[in-house]
Design a protein around this ligand. Structure first.
Ligand code: 2AM
Ligand code: CA
Length: 269
C-alpha cells in the first residue's frame, strides 16, 4: 500500500473510533482551564500511533496528547505530525466540525531546543478527515489536493469585499486576535470562526473560504492542512507573509489573490 493510501485509511479508521466512542460515552477532562481532551482524542491517538509504529518502525511521531505527556522531541528522517482530534471543544459540545489531521514530514535538519521549535522539513503527505461530514481531504507533495477522490482548487475571489474569511481564537488567551478580527471584519464579506484549524485550511483548499488566519497554533493543527491548501493552489505563510514555520505558531492561508492585501492590513497593527 502506498504512503498516501495508508494515511487516508488511518485517518478514516480513527474517525470511526471517534464516532464509536461518542456513541458510548464522551469523557471530558481538562488539560488547562479552557483546554479540553476527551477519551475520543486518546483512543484515536492510540490507534494512529500503534499503526504507524507497526508499519513504519523507523519513523518518529509528534502527536498532540502524547507530546503533552512526554514532551519528547522527535528526531528522525521521517516524522509524523498528528492531531488525533482537531476541534475537541466542538466535539465535546456535539458540534460536528472536528477532524483527524495526519501529516508526514521529511526532515532535512534537526536542531533540538527546549521548545522543539526548530524541526525543518518538507511536508510530503497530508490527510484531514471529518468523520461527521464524510469528507476526507488529502494531498501529496506536488501531486495536487483532493476531497473524497476529486481534485480541489482554491477560490477565484479577487477582492476582500467578496471574500468569506475564517479565523480562530487560542484557548486561554482570549485577547489574542481580537484586534486583527476587529480590523478585518468591516473589510470582508463575512468572517467565520469554526474551531478546527485543520478544517479551516481544507476549506481554503476547496474554495469554501477565501482567507484564513490564526495565532498560537501548534504544528499538529496545521501540518496536514497547510500542504492540502498549497496543493490546491493556495498560498500559506505566517501572518507577516513570510515562509510558514510549522513551529512558528501563526498562519495565513489564502486563495493567493488576497494574500498581499491581508498581509498589508495586518502589517499596520
Ligand atoms: P484542538 O481542538 O486540537 O485543540 C481552534 O481555533 C483551533 O485551535 C483548533 O484547531 C484547536 O485544536 C486549536 N487549539 C486549541 N487549543 C490549543 C492548544 N492548547 N494548543 C494548540 N492548538 C490548540
Ligand atoms: Ca487535538
Amino acid at each position: 500500500m502506498n504512503l498516501l493510501q495508508f494515511t487516508i485509511d488511518l485517518a478514516e479508521k480513527a474517525g470511526k473510533i471517534i464516532l464509536e466512542t461518542e456513541k458510548k460515552h464522551i469523557k471530558i477532562t481538562k488539560k488547562a482551564k479552557y483546554d479540553l481532551v476527551t477519551n475520543a482524542d486518546k483512543a484515536s491517538e492510540k490507534f494512529i500511533m500503534e499503526q504507524i509504529k507497526k508499519h513504519y518502525p523507523n519513523h518518529e511521531i509528534l502527536s498532540e496528547e502524547d507530546f503533552f505527556k512526554n514532551k519528547q522531541i522527535p528526531n528522525a528522517e521521517y516524522v509524523w505530525i498528528i492531531d488525533p482530534l482537531d476541534g475537541t471543544t466542538n466535539f465535546a459540545h456535539g458540534l460536528p466540525i472536528f477532524s483527524i489531521s495526519i501529516a508526514l514530514v521529511h526532515t532535512k535538519k534537526i536542531k533540538s531546543s527546549k521548545n522543539f521549535e526548530y524541526m525543518h522539513g518538507e511536508i510530503i503527505v497530508g490527510v484531514v478527515h471529518a468523520p461527521k461530514m464524510h469528507e476526507t481531504f488529502y494531498a501529496a507533495k506536488n501531486k495536487g489536493a483532493y476531497l473524497n477522490g476529486k481534485r480541489i482548487r482554491t477560490s477565484a475571489v479577487k477582492n476582500l469585499e467578496n471574500a468569506l474569511m475564517v479565523t480562530g481564537f487560542p484557548v486561554g488567551h482570549k485577547n489574542v486576535n481580537v484586534e486583527h478580527f476587529t480590523k478585518m471584519l468591516p473589510k470582508c464579506q463575512a468572517l467565520r470562526r469554526l474551531g478546527s484549524a485543520a478544517l479551516d485550511l481544507c476549506y481554503i483548499a476547496c474554495g469554501r473560504f477565501d482567507s484564513y488566519w490564526e495565532f498560537r497554533l501548534k504544528a499538529w493543527d496545521i501540518a496536514a492542512g497547510s500542504l492540502i491548501a498549497e496543493e490546491a493552489g493556495g498560498i500559506v505563510t505566517d501572518t507577516n507573509g513570510k515562509t510558514l514555520d510549522l513551529f512558528g505558531q501563526d498562519i495565513l492561508a489564502t486563495n493567493g489573490f488576497l494574500h498581499k492585501e491581508v498581509v498589508k492590513i495586518f502589517s499596520k497593527l
